[in-house]
Design a protein around this ligand. Sequence first.
Ligand code: ACO
Length: 703
Amino acid sequence: MEMRSLFEPRAIAVIGASANPEKIGYRIVENIVRSGYPGGVFPINPRGGEILGLRVCATLAEVEEQVDVAVIAIPAGRVLDAVEACGVKGVKNLVIITSGFSEVGNLETERQIVRAAREHGMRVLGPNIFGVYSAKSSLDATFGPGGITPGPVAIITQSGALGIAMIGKTATESVGLSALVSVGNKADIDEADLLEYLATDDRTRAILMYVEGVKHGDRLQRTLAEVTCRKPVVVIKSGRSKRGSMAAASHTGSLAGADEVFDSVMRQCGVLRAESIQEAFTWIRYLASTPLPPGDEAVIVTNGGGIGVMATDACEKHGVALYDDQAVLVETFSGVMPDFGSSKNPVDLTGQATAEDYARSLDAVLAEDRMHAAIALYCETALFDTEQFAGLLRKVYARYRRRKPIVFSLFGGERIEAVIRDLRGEGIPVFGDVYEAVSSLGALYRVRRRMRQRVEAQETVELPIAEIRRVLEAARADGRTFLLAPEAAQVAAYLGLDMPKSILAGNLDEAIRAAGEVGYPVAMKIVSKDIVHKSDAGGVALGLENEDEVIDAYQAILRSCRAHVPDAVVDGIEVVEMVCPGVETIVGARQDPSFGPVVMFGLGGIYVEVMKDVAFRAAPIGRSTAREMISDLRSYPLLLGVRGERRKDIDAIADVVVKLSHLIDRCRDIADIEVNPLIVYDHGQGTRTVDMRILTKQPKGVS
Ligand code: ACO
């Protein structure tokens, strides 16, 4: 309801309205008037007078009507007083244009504004924004260039200047807007609030977001997961690089967060992440105007072999399956294509085909129920009358545009470029580049797959949380933010993870006895709260085959650790069973500053260290999300088994990932858990947790 009154206000006030056309306060009033907003418009300025024929009130209190939205465009130092005045008046939403708050380090005033607004039950959009446009209300309350064309795309942008520039871009790209909202510093209203409204707005068919930083990522993730089951969402996220994230921090006061986490979580939510603004516009325009394909398989029709091969490559890259039933292809095209053509998919009509051959073949694909989408490619030849050809494409598109997806890619000189411009201007999906065409169709296929998925029902995973919490609290009571190996092993046992047998030895005799009990070969590891990085201190010995080696290792470990940390209090040495070799993987979970609890999986060794081949998901997750996350890895084929190797126990990995995701979600005082390595055996043979490290947050009051 709150967001409805933001997008569909009955009356709007502009605080800081000015008669001076060079001021933002004038431009906003001008856009509201020009956009044809039918509700009440109340310019507020202590000077009074008139602006564009509207009477100016000296104060908001003078306005007699109920005001749903107040746009505030006065200097930062005066905003708080204006917010109070809005509260007294009973305004519902504030659209604060003014800059000079958290983005320049002025956090306190921003907080005071939000606090004051909340006290009066108001929501705040901004500050540091260019305003809001709503097609439903014919309302342009921005200081943009005006002249926005209504249409099916909603844009939420964190960057003001980019958003304003997008107004012009939507015009040149023939993209009509249902809404355009600038969120700026996101002091209160954020993307999740806006998405909830846009998901229910019947004018909005697709949503484009420009994001610099995520504040309440867990809520955003849940909202996106719901919205993408109904409408496509495309996101552009900047601040990928270190310098980029620093620039984002000073632009909108945003914490960009780890890009790989953002990327994985967007995939988890079914959001399409575009690499560039151009790609985002190309996709959104296509997604908002094209029906979902009725099935998976597309057909390429071309008059050029080379471009057909390129399209085939692009289909593989963008996940577009090609129809492959040769008998049906021959039957479909035998009557309509020239004898010398090839009906294999890509269907190559060859350079000798006429425009009529081309149109007939395209018609055959689109009329055939077993073929679900058409990729129509054309290389300019002398045999086609370009004008007549453009007319044929118009006809084919008009006939099938509501039934099946089509992309056209035309390649040639000036005349072809002119056809592309004309047809694009009419909203027909014609591209100059075959990869761009297929990537748009690929985006549509991803949306189709997403909409066929359901939001995964939350699995209940029974974990002995009270017992685990007792272990954590004991460590924190001891002044530690990490668990000692025996404590971590205790947590692993509560989770039902299979850890190697281990005995804590207090002296050499105990160590020798423990090794006999565990069974050779054994590993030995120092246990001390003063030595966190055991290997660095020489506190680990592996593969000890007999008693003599245990004696040597025991002494060497103590000597080395004492040299490293002379005052270390040593609890003993852990004697541990050596596990059988298998594939080394790593599973982790941590509290992400943007998304809250997240879980991570990767293959160990160089795959993590050098290739950074890891996948993340916002926690908690169920088994199917865990399996999908595991399959996101580039090195996934190694788990499926290559070169005669057997498939590894992927279900057992998923089991560990799911448990860790539920643990980090339900014990938010755990800062970081890492199972490294998790050794994975062949299918059906499970996993073993060699080492588990758990870090907790600082106890309250300790800095
Ligand atoms: N109530 C009503 N009117 C008031 C009040 C008040 N409490 N206080 C001042 N005014 C009037 C002023 O008298 C003035 O009217 P006038 O032209 O008749 O004198 C008008 O409000 C504007 O006040 P100014 O002091 O002239 O302020 P100015 O217009 O120069 O700047 C602004 C105000 C635009 C909000 C500025 O402080 C600002 O923040 N600019 C940056 C905006 C921005 O870039 N936003 C970010 C997103 S967009 C992007 O990045 C491109």
